[in-house]
Design a protein around this ligand. Structure first.
Ligand SMILES: Cc1cc2nc3c(=O)[nH]c(=O)nc-3n(C[C@H](O)[C@H](O)[C@H](O)COP(=O)(O)OP(=O)(O)OC[C@H]3O[C@@H](n4cnc5c(N)ncnc54)[C@H](O)[C@@H]3O)c2cc1C
Length: 438
């Protein structure tokens, strides 16, 4: 999506753009697929609406009439043997202590501690101020939902700046931040038909040529242009272009940059990734009582509860367009950073284990009509402590090479709006530098 956003910015400014996609389909983590005869998102499914960049692009490509908000955002935490309503929080920091106490999720051990600029882990920051339970049972599952990571590794500044911004008294900060945010409209948006439609619509912009099965193998700078080796090893094609935007995940970007920007390549190679899988189940609507009784959007699971799944979304509750398909659709997600062994099972086994967890959480479920395991190996970059410095190193290294840019989830945000912003900004820098003459 980052690469397509860059292509969009360049093409609409008059440049001729070739998008080289290594796999056989566009879109990366935005992907539609069929489960039980329904076309559903198998990767990302929801867009943060509090940032403008994704909705701006959706507007620009004419998909405005597809934009919807979730029907419910009532999430639960599955912990201590029950689904418990998640109290209001700011990224897991309780904003209503009475609601937290009523939920039975965690007890707060509050201390007021000054905030410094030092980059420390989310775990270190939160436990010093609110104790282990809030970290383990609220902050960890939320971070797991976004980054599939662990709070003792993830950088506070890079992954949860909104927590640092709450100030020394986290509970008071969260309570007032929450009160200030209640009037700013829905937090999330989606597209009728799935956010996985976005890549193809962006790619249809005049001026963008898309090639799939076109893995970029090397990127070399000649005196006045760039030479790319593209395609299968048995049939490598050379392509000469004015400028290059590398929008691949960090390991691939590191390989491609080894010669032209070694410092950036070195920093990129240090970015770790979490592999995850999304298991989508479709159940016959009518025969299905329990999740009907469950009216919320889904639940998160704290890692301390040692379950197979880390979260579940009842898509047919969350999205009206999915509910209207007449079946019950549940997505379970599996895998956090460092837990690759969880995914070392065949698809049938993963689907069976995840279903067992769903049955335990919801108190029973019938046999699904169909299920599909979508693996996302190297799905989510981990912004570990030191990430911001690493990205600054990458920026400096890339900026020293004319006609070269990078963008994507490895840098300043993994969400759809953040990667779109990074793609468009990379393209703007090339245009502003005059490297590409429209
Ligand atoms: C399971 C899952 C669920 C998510 N859910 C959400 C969500 O609901 N909302 C949200 O905002 N975010 C979500 N995210 C995060 C978000 O979807 C991703 O961070 C974002 O889409 C990544 O976009 P990208 O363009 O940086 O990279 P990618 O989507 O990884 O795209 C990179 C592309 O580069 C290609 N490529 C790699 N190497 C080469 C090469 N050498 N030559 C040519 N092509 C190459 C790849 O095939 C791929 O298509 C989710 C992520 C995952 C894994």
């Amino acid at each position: 999506m980052a690469g397509l956003a860059a292509a969009y910015e360049l093409a609409t400014s008059g440049a001729e753009v070739i998008v080289l996609e290594g796999s056989d389909r566009l879109g990366g983590k935005l992907r539609l697929g069929e489960v039980g005869g329904l076309t559903l998102d198998l990767g990302a499914e929801s867009i943060l609406a509090r940032r403008p960049e994704a909705l701006d692009l959706i507007h620009a490509i004419g998909l405005d009439d597809h934009v919807v908000n979730p029907q419910t955002s009532a999430a639960s935490i599955w912990t201590r043997g029950a689904l418990r309503t998640m109290p209001p929080t700011v990224m897991g920091i309780p904003a209503d202590v009475a609601a937290l106490a009523e939920s039975g999720i965690a007890e707060v051990d509050a201390h007021v501690v000054a905030v410094t600029d030092e980059d420390i882990s989310v775990a270190e920051f939160v436990t010093a101020r609110l104790g282990h339970e809030v970290l383990d049972r609220l902050v960890e599952p939320l971070l797991g939902g976004v980054y599939a990571g662990h709070a003792d590794q993830l950088s506070l500044r890079a992954t949860a700046p909104q927590i640092a911004a709450l100030g020394p008294d986290l509970l008071a900060g969260a309570t007032s931040a929450r009160a200030a945010a209640t009037d700013s409209g829905p937090v999330f948006a989606g597209l009728v038909g799935g956010v996985g439609q976005l890549p193809a619509v962006v790619a249809a912009t005049p001026g963008i040529e898309v090639r799939v099965d076109a893995t970029v193998r090397s990127v070399v700078r000649t005196t006045d242009e760039w030479r790319l080796s593209v395609g299968p090893t048995t049939d490598v094609e050379t392509l000469e272009v004015d400028a290059v935007v590398i929008a691949a995940p960090a390991p691939a970007a590191a390989r491609l940059l080894a010669e032209v920007a070694p410092e950036a390549a070195f920093a990129l190679a240090a970015i770790d990734y979490a592999s995850v899988a999304i298991v989508t189940y479709v159940f016959e609507g009518q025969s299905f009582d329990e999740p009907r009784a469950f009216a919320g959007s889904g639940f998160l699971v704290p890692p301390v509860d040692n379950t197979f799944i880390k979260a579940a979304t009842v898509s047919s509750n969350k999205w009206g367009w999915v509910g209207d398909l007449g079946r019950t659709v549940i997505r379970a997600s599996v895998g956090r950073a460092g837990e690759a062994t969880l995914l070392q099972h065949d698809d049938a086994d993963i689907a069976e284990r995840a279903l067992a967890d769903l049955r335990a959480a919801f108190g029973g479920l019938p046999e699904p009509v169909d299920s599909l395991v979508q693996r996302w190996g190297g799905g989510l970059p981990q912004y570990d402590v030191g990430h911001i410095d690493r990205v600054e190193t990458i920026d400096r290294s890339i900026a020293s090479v004319p006609g070269l840019e990078v963008c994507g989830a490895a840098y300043r945000g993994v969400g759809i709006p953040a990667v779109i912003a990074s793609g468009r900004a990379a393209a703007r820098r090339l245009l502003d530098a005059g490297t590409i003459k429209p």
